[in-house]
Unconditional design. Sequence first.
Length: 126
Amino acid sequence: MLLYLNHQSGVPVYRQIHQQLRERIASGQLAANSQLPSVRELSADLKINPLTVAKVYQMLERDGLVEFRRGLGTFVSGKTRIHSATERKELIRPAIEQLVREARYLGLTEEKLRQLIHNAYENNEP
């Protein structure tokens, strides 16, 4: 599972992972009943403490987005509902704010950022 962590962003790692997984579940990239990597696997892939991944999985369970199946692992909830347009905007807002902060830090203009987003959107299939 490819997750992007920015250790320079000032956003705690657990929040970055939580937000990215929420976005992937909301968008359907992680389908209902699909299995997430184990805590050990994901922590090893990301080179972070397993307790951090466990915390994220517990947060996702509280959100109703994943469910733990004893002896089997963690799965995207089959009860995941479709989000309204307003909810989808709120789900993506933290990622956009992070992107804008990083673009400013790198000295990119708003127009250049818009161009990069447009190009990425055009080249990325749903």
